[in-house]
Design a protein around this ligand. Structure first.
Ligand SMILES: Nc1ncnc2c1ncn2[C@@H]1O[C@H](COP(=O)(O)OP(=O)(O)OP(=O)(O)O)[C@@H](O)[C@H]1O
Ligand SMILES: [Mg+2]
Length: 340
């Protein structure tokens, strides 16, 4: 397989051209037995199938031609293929095709659920499981970043589990993955996982253009999303809805980051130990240039993350559940964006 590096990311382009020239035509039902649908996203669906000749179970990602650009499909497939040899990234079979109505490719079937499915709302998942998951996802993201790419869609729905204790997990969905340095001029809509610099280029309703300069796609976008994901799985809540002035939960956090010795730790962060707060401070540094790399999380796994007195749910100073809390973790709907 062609090796990719920071300097030769253009090999993805070459692989896309070669794949386009060899994209075979087949009808899904002629080659695969469809057992059931196991997932659905904005761009398509994922089917549990078995190969008609071999009986091999597979997860077939299929996207309607009517709403999918061939280039986008080829990019997702080629990037997934290049990265699939990492043990914490979903594997591929090298099967890629177009049918009359769909583009599709076959992925390794990951038999467990996704990470989102095991988060107990307002509770999260056990700290030991979070740490096992964190180390594996950090390793997958480091691998992606070493290849000059940024995942750009780090969220619980895109982490697949081989078991419900997170002993083996795999990162999936390279539909938004971009080369480092790609410029994003604007985004419509926000997600809780989006960093402050990305939220700054959000096109609000009624606005024709954004004031902030385009954002360069950098690994620090994944670091931020990874930090938000860790908060979500440790608590069952989003830390905020979006990084904007009008979001009180974000503002409280941002004030504390700017003046950590002066400002009080925001109430929803009080459950964490000092070591864990230090880690969050690095993952969620407001200034993208100050943000640590995802691998930094490994330096913190031997520390306790949740304090002994921490309770589930958002607690205020007096231990009562806050009247207004951030929403418990829910599925995020994708956003539209303009990239160069
Ligand atoms: N290889 C797999 N094995 C088992 N389940 C999978 C596999 N790939 C995806 N899924 C399930 O299907 C869902 C959707 O897959 P995926 O994220 O690739 O689609 P998408 O359309 O790109 O989603 P999004 O809305 O995040 O853009 C996942 O959240 C997961 O639950
Ligand atoms: Mg997805």
């Amino acid at each position: 397989m062609i090796e990719l590096g920071v300097a030769d990311g253009s090999l993805i382009d070459e692989l896309m051209v070669l794949t386009a020239q060899n994209l075979c035509k087949l009808e899904i039902k002629e080659h695969f037995n469809i057992i059931k649908e196991i997932g659905r996203g904005k761009y398509g669906k994922v089917l549990l199938v078995t190969h008609r000749c071999r009986g091999t179970p597979m997860a077939l990602k299929v996207m309607p031609k009517a709403s999918t650009k061939l280039q986008g499909f080829l990019r997702e497939y080629c990037i997934s293929l290049q990265l699939s040899r990492h043990p914490c990234i979903v594997g591929l079979f090298g099967i890629v095709f177009q049918s009359k109505e769909h583009y599709g490719f076959a992925q390794e079937l990951v038999v467990g659920r996704d990470l989102f499915a095991i988060i107990q709302p307002r509770v999260g998942i056990p700290e030991s499981a979070v740490k096992r998951c964190a180390v594996q996802i950090a390793s997958a993201l480091e691998f992606i970043h070493q290849h000059g790419l940024v995942h750009r869609d780090v969220k619980p729905e895109n982490i697949l589990l081989l078991d419900s204790n997170c002993c083996r997990v795999k990162l999936a969905d390279f539909g938004l993955t971009q080369k480092r340095g790609t410029l994003i001029s604007f985004i419509s809509g926000t997600l809780p996982y989006m960093s402050p610099e990305l939220c700054a280029v959000t096109l609000k309703e009624g606005q024709k253009e954004v004031k902030a300069p385009p954002v360069s796609v950098e690994p620090s976008l994944d670091t931020w999303a990874f930090g938000v994901l860790l908060f979500c799985v440790l608590t069952g809540f989003f830390p905020w809805e979006h990084c904007a002035e009008e979001d009180d939960f974000y503002q409280e956090f941002a004030d504390w980051c700017r003046e950590p010795t002066e400002a009080e730790v925001p109430s929803q962060w009080k459950r964490f130990t000092p070591a864990c707060l230090e880690m969050f401070g690095k993952l969620l540094a407001l200034d993208a240039k100050q943000r640590c790399s995802v691998g930094e999380v490994k330096a913190y796994v031997d520390y306790e993350w949740l304090g002994t007195g921490s309770t589930n749910g958002l607690t205020g100073l007096n231990g009562k559940v806050r009247a207004t809390s951030t929403p418990s973790v829910c599925k995020s709907s994708p956003v539209q964006e303009a990239v160069h």
